[in-house]
Design a protein around this ligand. Structure first.
Ligand SMILES: [Zn+2]
Length: 133
């Protein structure tokens, strides 16, 4: 059986890839894209866990916090930047295996919304400042 992450062959009874350490779940019944050979393979192991899931959930949590606490301006913007970076990182890891990663997408969205709010506030403040002084 083949690893969907690195494309190396592992014994049929393997639970983790001997090459890259990916945890294996069930075996696919449909072709799975294998980036190592740039083609579809059947059957391959389906990863037991979505790689990058942890950072993606962290991204989502930070994204929500940054939106809820947008009044803290710079603090919220800093949290949103971290959330955005983690979200992009998490998404790239799961995207490599063609796996859906809703929390990464949601994390990127929430962080972007917060950064949009902060930039708008900053812009309004700059324009208002230009008129007052
Ligand atoms: Zn592997």
């Amino acid at each position: 059986m083949y690893c969907p992450n690195c494309g190396k062959q592992s014994p049929d009874e393997a639970t983790v890839c001997t090459e890259c350490g990916l945890k294996f779940g069930p075996v696919s019944t449909e072709p799975v894209y294998d980036p190592a050979i740039n083609a579809y393979r059947q059957p391959v192991y389906i990863p037991a866990t979505v790689p990058g899931k942890g950072v993606s959930i962290a991204s989502l949590v930070l994204g929500i916090i940054s939106v809820v606490f947008f009044l803290t301006a710079y603090i919220a913007a800093a949290i949103a930047v971290v959330g955005l970076v983690l979200g992009i990182y998490g998404k790239s890891k799961s995207k490599k295996l063609g796996l859906p990663n809703g929390s990464a997408t949601a994390g990127i969205a929430c962080s972007s919304v917060c950064l949009g709010i902060e930039l708008t506030i900053l812009l309004v403040a700059v324009i208002a400042g230009a008129f007052y002084f």
